[in-house]
Design a protein around this ligand. Structure first.
Ligand SMILES: *Cc1c(COP(=O)(O)O)cnc(C)c1O
Length: 356
């Protein structure tokens, strides 16, 4: 039986993506060849890459606005250093918003390239909220933030107005909600949270911000080289890019980001309403900053954990134990998770209440 998959990443993808990508492993486009055994330079795969890159810009509303979509390797964690390498001037500095583990990792890598200024941090409160009132130094080479904090269950509901380039790690909520994406100069995301299997990394770059650092950049770290090579500087992650394309096509067929956003809001409202109503549970994130993707919550009495764990497992739920730095539970409700799966979890929470 198919599980209700709340895994934080890699995570649930649409069932039709699993079926179509499985078919392509056996026979890609009726070619008599597997997608795993063809050249990435073949006409059929070049078409996949081109469509995936174009569909990213279409879904984000960034067509014809000076942006390039790139599929690369290395995960969001490699973007942590590609960003400063491509955007921080020699002896320059960059400003960061410290909202959790991933933001911290991004800051750590930027320090290899220059000075980092932490504009604000919620570390003292175990990252349970998003700092709001902070200023960004006007002479920073860019400002970096994390739109959704996968581990701590917080999400930025608005983004600062700034004259410096705006960079965002959107790994865990890209394609999940309508934002004016043209506010950003660089967006990046590991594929494995809302788009596809692990192994591909997406970057959406405004071309005009590149080439200004004065440093020489190793080829594989150079966005301009990846743009010139149309994401084929070296062998791309062929299968993850193909599965990502299928997910993007699925999203488009549903009506795009605004359509999925409505469902994501319903799912989050259903679960948070129960977390707040049920006296056995409490949420860990500041209410106004709660993530619609990753809901973090605790049992008020740890003694109930064995029974709760038994009940959700019996209901076919998978992947809800929280990250070790927060504890408790984390229900990740990415785009492909159906509303029905959230109802199953809510029913289990109510069932626990009747059994205590
Ligand atoms: C998962 C995650 C990362 C790390 O992604 P990798 O692709 O594993 O490097 C970075 N940032 C955020 C917000 C994440 O959720």
């Amino acid at each position: 039986m198919k599980k209700h998959n709340y895994s934080a990443g890699p995570c649930i993808l649409p069932q039709e993506v699993f079926e179509k990508s499985a078919a392509a492993i056996l026979d890609f486009n009726h070619s008599g060849l597997s997608i795993l055994e063809i050249s990435h330079r073949s006409k059929d795969f070049v078409a996949v890459m081109d469509e995936a890159r174009a569909l990213v810009l279409e879904l984000l509303g960034l067509e014809g606005k000076g942006y390039q979509a790139l599929f690369m390797h290395g995960g969001a964690s490699l973007e942590f250093l590609m960003v400063p390498c491509n955007l921080m001037k020699q002896d320059g500095k960059a400003a960061y918003l410290d909202t959790g583990t991933w933001a911290n990792n991004a800051i750590k890598e930027a320090k290899f390239f220059g000075e980092t200024v932490v504009a604000a941090s919620s570390k003292e409160a175990n990252y349970s909220f998003i700092p709001k009132d902070f200023s960004i130094p006007a002479d920073a080479d860019y400002f970096h933030c994390t739109s959704n904090n996968t581990i701590f269950g917080t999400q930025m509901k608005s983004f600062p107005e700034t004259n410096v380039p705006l960079v965002c790690d959107m790994s865990s909520d890209i394609f999940s909600r309508t934002i004016d994406f043209s506010k950003f100069d660089l967006i990046y995301a590991g594929a494995q949270k809302n788009m596809g299997p692990a192994g591909a990394t997406l970057a959406v770059v405004k071309e005009a911000i590149l080439g200004k650092t004065g440093r020489s950049i190793p080829s594989m770290l150079d966005y301009q080289k990846h743009i010139a090579a149309e994401s084929m500087y070296n062998t791309p992650a062929v299968f993850p890019v193909y599965a990502s394309l299928l997910t993007l096509q699925w999203l488009k067929s549903l009506g795009g980001i605004s359509a999925i956003e409505k469902i994501n809001e319903q799912k989050a409202a259903l679960l948070y309403t129960e977390i707040d109503r049920n006296p056995l549970f409490k949420g860990t994130a500041n209410i106004e900053d709660r993530s619609n993707m990753n809901a973090t919550f605790l049992l008020n009495d740890e003694a109930h954990a064995p029974l709760f764990d038994e009940l959700w497992k019996k209901a076919g739920i998978s992947g809800i134990p929280g990250h070790r730095s927060v504890g408790g539970y984390r229900a990740s409700m990415y785009n492909a998770l159906p509303l029905e799966s959230v109802q199953v979890l809510v029913d289990v929470m109510k069932e626990l209440e009747t059994k205590i």
